[in-house]
Design a protein around this ligand. Structure first.
Ligand SMILES: [Zn+2]
Length: 613
């Protein structure tokens, strides 16, 4: 092999993305990272190289995302060049965003300069970029060593890849600590506290109340009351200046996807009312003209309780809010529309199992030699997977939004009607694109729209870790976090157990099994808490007895057309399989989490029925 194999990567990625308060922060920060990689790939491509991973999709923005890693071949070592280019691209992005934000704020030139200076301090060394390559001599030596120690003659590509990975790994583990010398003050000598979004750096030394007030009306609402941001978080918040301007829904929007769809009908059926409501929303938002459609406004703007809370908290608000509340109340009272009453939504994160193994020297999964051709094929497969996942989202519907789909990594948000249908497609799609031995695992969190988003993302990460700890993986873990309560998780392998979960939700939803079932199972499980063994037969006998009491024979007949005895025995068979792979606690949690989802879905159904009759 004449060309030198290069691997480039940068960090931190997780921290940059997960310190998000809003869904749009999360979306924009991950899109910003993806754009950085995309732009760097374009630069690298022009340096007489061949990119192996990822696959550059023409006009790919919004279609697919890019990971923070590039593998390519070049005639000579261009590591330094690439790192320099990365830093310049990043600088270009944050300078543009800073300039555009500061253009929109009515403060003095001196104040702007001070903000810029301090923000640069936070931004210029934020990302650490790494690039390594393997030259001919190194590859030859390593190949010899592998041959001596493992007795195998590996392909040149595999040797170079392995050696470059090792070099990169050792480079990344040496993290030089550079303290940030940030001594800026504001309001005559006051030292700033921590940034309210990330808490990692101090906020910019500026009077934030004044700053928000001096912002142009059109972007004022991007800053929340009381927010004080550091340079990095300011750039994240206004990242849309550097991206194709796209609005991303709020968690409230996602939770109330059905409501937003109903807004379309409302607009159709009650044109005059809709037009009045649009002008009231425009007034309240302080926008120049109303938006084209009602569903372009966030769902929280239709939530009377939320509006009343804002009215209490923000005194200097325009009078428009009272008119808006009055109009909405009239619409709901006359049942032209049902209220946006949903509070829970799902976050789904997923990635490929044993991805390192696919490109490892002694891979058990890969059935062929690690050569360039294989790696290219693999990249293409991952790119196709991401594209297919992205295509599941539809702008017309609000119940599913893909925040990120790049390589094997997926991050999505969904409402409680759609999240399982989406999750169910991940593993089969991955197998279809990458290979039958390939699989993904996923962590799913169901949280309240008022919960801290960074907390929910962290819990989703924990759930994914739990799924990844399942033997042979190909698993999922669902964590439900009731408002004011602790997280409860149910985990299992995809396939029949996901069906078991879906079925159990359905039984609760259709009242085939009563709500009490979840508590009864908890009681049964608690009886055996102290015992080390899993007394399978006794537990199943207790479950049988309980189900006999709890299964509603009429509802069962009506919805599934089954005999009670047959239904119970079949159900017990499935529960037995679950008990074979997991403990009693997991069984209790299956019923808890399924009932939770059913309950949250059901209320909606009842309301809709109520509103239409
Ligand atoms: Zn910050």
């Amino acid at each position: 092999m004449n060309k030198l194999l290069h691997i480039f990567t940068f960090s931190p990625v997780q921290g940059f993305i997960s310190n998000s308060r809003r869904l749009s922060d999360l979306y924009h920060s991950s899109l910003l990272l993806s754009t950085l990689t995309e732009n760097l790939m374009k630069v690298i491509k022009d340096l007489n190289t061949e990119i192996i991973y990822p696959v550059l999709v023409e006009n790919g923005q919004g279609l697919a995302n890019y990971p923070n890693r590039i593998v390519f071949l070049a005639d000579k070592c261009i590591c330094e060049d690439v790192i320099k280019n990365f830093q310049e691209l990043w600088e270009g992005i944050y300078e543009t965003i800073l300039r555009k934000v500061l253009d929109e704020v009515g403060i003095s030139k001196e104040e702007k300069e001070k903000i810029e200076e301090q923000a640069r301090l936070h931004l210029e060394n934020y990302f650490r970029a790494y690039c390594e390559c393997t030259n001919y001599e190194e590859a030859k030596k390593w190949k010899e060593k592998l041959k001596q120690n493992l007795g195998k003659d590996y392909d040149d590509y595999a040797v170079a890849y392995d050696w470059t990975e090792r070099k990169l790994g050792s480079l990344k583990s040496q993290k030089p600590y550079e303290p940030l010398m940030d001594a800026y003050t504001y309001n005559e000598g006051k030292y700033p506290d921590g940034c309210t979004l990330c808490g990692e750096r101090v906020h910019l030394a500026v009077d934030w109340e004044k700053f928000k007030e001096s912002l142009q009306d059109s972007i004022k609402h991007y800053l929340k009351e009381g927010e004080k941001l550091c340079g990095v978080c300011l750039v994240k918040r206004f990242a849309f200046y550097c991206l194709v301007r796209q609005t991303f829904p709020s968690v409230h929007d996602v939770a109330n996807a059905k409501f937003k769809e109903e807004l379309k009908d409302f607009e159709q059926n009650y044109k005059d009312r809709a037009s009045d409501l649009k002008s009231l929303l425009q007034q309240y938002m302080g926008e120049e003209k109303p938006r084209d459609h009602l569903w372009e406004y966030n769902a929280e703007l239709f939530d009377i309780e939320e509006l009343e809370r804002i009215k209490r908290e923000e005194e200097d608000l325009s009078l428009g809010i009272d008119d808006l509340i009055r109009e909405l109340r009239w619409i709901y009272n006359n049942e032209l529309l049902s209220k946006p009453s949903k509070n829970y939504f799902a976050i789904i994160i997923s990635d490929g199992d044993s991805m390192g193994d696919w490109l490892g020297l002694n891979s058990k999964i890969r059935k062929e030699k690690l050569e360039r051709a294989f790696h290219e094929k693999f990249s293409k497969a991952l790119s196709n997977y991401a594209k297919e996942i992205k295509s599941l989202e539809s702008k017309e519907k609000f119940g599913l939004r893909i925040v990120y789909a790049g390589g094997d990594d997926v991050l999505a948000v969904a409402d409680l009607r759609e999240f399982l249908d989406f999750a169910e497609k991940l593993n089969p799609t991955f197998k279809n694109k990458v290979g039958k031995d390939a699989s993904v695992s996923a962590g799913i969190v169901i949280g309240h729209q008022k919960d801290n988003l960074a907390y929910l993302l962290n819990e989703a990460g924990k759930a994914e870790k739990k799924a990844k700890s399942v033997e042979g993986k190909s698993a999922f873990c669902i964590t439900v976090i009731p408002r004011g309560g602790g997280p409860v998780s149910f985990w299992a392998k995809w396939g029949e157990f996901l069906s078991l979960f879906k079925d159990t939700i359905e039984y609760f939803e259709k009242e085939i099994i009563g709500d009490r079932t979840a508590y009864d199972i908890r009681e049964i499980v608690d009886k055996f808490e102290a015992s080390k063994e899993k007394p399978m037969e006794i537990v199943l006998a207790l479950l049988r007895g309980m189900l006999k009491r709890r299964v509603d024979k009429n509802k069962l007949k009506e919805h599934l057309g089954k005999e009670k005895r047959v239904f119970i025995e079949e159900y017990l068979q499935e529960l037995r399989k679950l008990l074979e792979i997991s403990d009693l606690e997991n069984l209790a949690n299956l019923f808890y989490t399924a009932r939770f989802v059913a309950k949250e879905r059901r209320e909606k159904k009842h309301e809709t029925v109520g509103a239409n009759t």
